[in-house]
Design a protein around this ligand. Sequence first.
Ligand SMILES: C[S@@+](CC[C@H](N)C(=O)[O-])C[C@H]1O[C@@H](n2cnc3c(N)ncnc32)[C@H](O)[C@@H]1O
Length: 253
Amino acid sequence: MSTDNSHSKFANLSFDDFRKLASDPTLSRHEKVGFPDSYRQGKEGEIFRDMCGKISNLSLPGKNVMEIGPGCSELPVMLAKRCETNASRLIFVDSEEMLELLPLAGHITRYAGTFPSALGEDIEEWAGKIDVIIAYSVVQYVFTEGNLWGFVDRCLSLLSDGGEIMFGDVPNITMRKRFFSSAAGKVSHRQYTGRDEKPEVLFNQLEPGQMDDSVVLAILARVRAQGFHAWVVPQLATLPMANRREDILIVKP
Ligand SMILES: C[S@@+](CC[C@H](N)C(=O)[O-])C[C@H]1O[C@@H](n2cnc3c(N)ncnc32)[C@H](O)[C@@H]1O
């Protein structure tokens, strides 16, 4: 079980903070992408299976797949293997420091920097040609330090007909409150802390930088209004943050 210290070390990270984590040789692969080992160690196979079960184009050959914010854990390595097996092209977009830790291969193209600006003029070349976009545990950082609507709209502009987007592992603070207000949430809190106390759940307060139901549902509303299908779906219950994080799936009909 992680300590409170290990959690606060990874709170409120910026894109530049991630660059520093990536360059720190004392950190594990999970810590470099902002997770205590206890949250990711031994779980990434399951996360990847969950991802593949939700994105049908990952099972088809000859697709253009883009991962925004792949980081440097095992997830992008698994994705690279799957794309190679499927003769699909894979495009990674992240900092130079993260990209350096990922495998090089003929089917992989890399853009260093933040999406969408990292793609420069190529973004027009890719418009309408990408069959899968994955941004797993990424949009919360765009929400706090970037332009979420610009990010979402750019992703939509890249999708081919039938193309799919997964904004995965989205922390939703309203979902967290619903869980910790429930009987199951109270039991989980007692087990986690080892103390007979209730979790603190506060309403009607400012929560700068926190994604909540209003943001998650606004993403669906905006995407749908622009002609795309979009849903919020649960994570596998066995994933470490399934009680407070969820996935957004988007499909261009
Ligand atoms: C929490 S880590 C997640 C890494 C990986 N997707 C995973 O789940 O293991 C967030 C990653 O997103 C990257 N990132 C944040 N904002 C980004 C942006 N606008 N464009 C590209 N990458 C971004 C960070 O550099 C970092 O590698």
